[in-house]
Design a protein around this ligand. Structure first.
Ligand code: AMP
Ligand code: GLY
Length: 427
């Protein structure tokens, strides 16, 4: 198949790696994969093309001229910009929801309304348009305070704090850009579950856990994600098995949400990312995203033992109900993100990056590039989250040891990473 992957992060590199690996799976095929715009790691593995991935007309023209048989949209920006709609209008199979369904991620108000209509369990929230309303809601809910920007905010829109002044300051800032949600604080383990949807049928992938805060011990600011692991062995203690947990999410969250969107003539065709929190009162949705999570993708896809492209194409074509269910290995997978100095507020870019080849000599290790480029003197970092080191192993102790050994070989001045990813499951 000729497959176009839109995006330039470690998530897209992990998707492309999974597509290329299909050639070695039983019944798998070789594909011609093109990444747009890509990064240095993607450019080393596949053809890359510098096009504006958020421009529907540009992407459609490229897909038509290059006989693309499937487009996989990585990030949220092209979805919210309507790129999937433009492709569908030309009957090009695309994995990713249209603009209106992508509002599930792009507008927290929209997501809350859909959840209310579908009776999906989530935290109570109040949408506020003025500082006065926000203040009243913060005082009503009490500490810890949860304040969220309504629209896309690249991981910077959410603040969870005990400091009332900081909550007010965050609300004041984001009110300049639109409305702000004040939400009830939820406590418990977080789980990211990817659900592949063709608009009607929902197929789950294996759960993962993401580490959102910058620093060890969940200290520091929220980020796009600093590491992840999969599967989640502790789910069995609470739900009997991973399968029983997944079944509950499908029944109480995924199917009602997908059904509600279909009812409103905005079918969700793509990856429904359920960000969940397991409270004492039950499973609650903290957020939906309309695309694969980053860095969770880096630990979920290496465990996939059946072809990814067939599954995503079946979703794009509306034939998931008759497609074989994906199968996952019981290997443990761990990923640790290497970020630039200053991330997330003001990452310092342009610094030399080396040692990746040495890192790749560690067994079970791969490196998913994100903000990397190749210059005259070799690789350099171009943004906040620079790359994800991914390791698999027989158990988390092995996977984790491999990931950190590989990371110790990579050099980036001022580079920062968490040291406690998957620590509690590796004991
Ligand atoms: P979000 O971007 O909505 O996923 O929020 C980022 C992170 O903030 C989540 O992964 C949680 O760790 C935290 N968070 C968001 N909403 C809540 C909430 N209602 N209660 C507690 N923590 C939250
Ligand atoms: N890892 C969180 C996200 O992709 O939004």
């Amino acid at each position: 198949m000729r497959i176009l992957v839109l995006g330039s992060g470690a998530r897209e590199h992990a998707i492309v790696t999974a597509l290329l690996r299909e050639a070695s799976l039983p019944g798998g095929a070789e594909h011609h994969v093109i990444a747009a715009p890509g990064n240095a790691g993607l450019a080393a593995d596949v053809e890359t093309v510098a096009l504006d991935a958020t421009n529907g007309a540009v992407v459609t023209e490229y897909a038509l001229e290059n006989d693309i048989e499937l487009v996989i949209v990585g990030p949220e920006a092209p979805l919210v910009a309507g790129v999937a709609d433009a492709l569908r209008a030309h009957s090009i199979p695309v994995f990713g929801p249209g603009r209106r369904a992508a509002a599930l991620e792009g507008s927290k108000t929209f997501a809350k309304r859909i959840m209310d209509e579908a009776r999906v369990p989530t935290g109570r929230a109040v949408r506020t348009g003025t500082l006065q309303e926000a203040t009243a809601s913060l005082d009503e809910f009490g500490a810890p305070y949860v304040v969220k920007a309504d629209g896309l905010a690249a991981g910077k829109g959410v603040l969870v704090t005990d400091d009332r002044d900081a909550a007010l300051e965050h609300a004041t800032y984001w009110l300049q850009h639109g409305s702000v949600l004040v939400e009830e604080f939820l406590e418990g383990e977080e789980v990211s579950l990817f659900l592949v949807s063709d608009g009607h049928t929902v197929v789950p992938l294996s759960p993962a856990q993401d580490f959102k805060r910058l620093l060890d011990g969940d200290a520091g600011p929220n980020t796009g994600g600093m590491g992840a692991y999969s599967p989640l062995p502790w789910l069995a203690d609470r739900f009997g098995s991973e399968a029983e947990f997944v079944e509950e999410v499908i029944e109480t969250i995924a199917v009602p949400t997908v059904r509600q969107l279909a009812k409103e003539s905005t079918p969700f065709i793509g990856l429904l990312y359920a960000g969940l929190i397991l409270t004492e009162q039950g499973i609650r949705v903290i957020e939906f995203n309309a695309r694969f999570g980053d860095p969770e993708t880096q630990v979920v896809l290496p465990r996939l033992e059946t072809p990814l492209s067939g599954l995503l194409l079946a979703a794009a074509n509306g034939s998931l109900a008759s497609h074989p269910a994906p199968v996952f290995s019981d290997q443990a997978a761990v990923t640790v993100v290497l970020a630039s100095e200053g991330y997330p507020d003001a990452p310092i870019t342009g610094r030399a990056l080396s040692g990746i080849d040495e890192a790749l000599t560690v067994p079970g290790v791969s490196v998913a590039h994100a903000a990397t480029a190749r210059g005259e003197n070799g690789l350099f970092a171009t943004g906040g989250r620079v790359l994800s080191v991914v390791a698999t192993g027989h158990g988390f102790a092995e996977a984790r040891a491999r990931a950190y050994e590989a990371l110790s070989k990579i050099e980036l001045e001022g580079g920062q990473y968490r040291h406690d990813i998957a620590e509690k499951v590796a004991r």
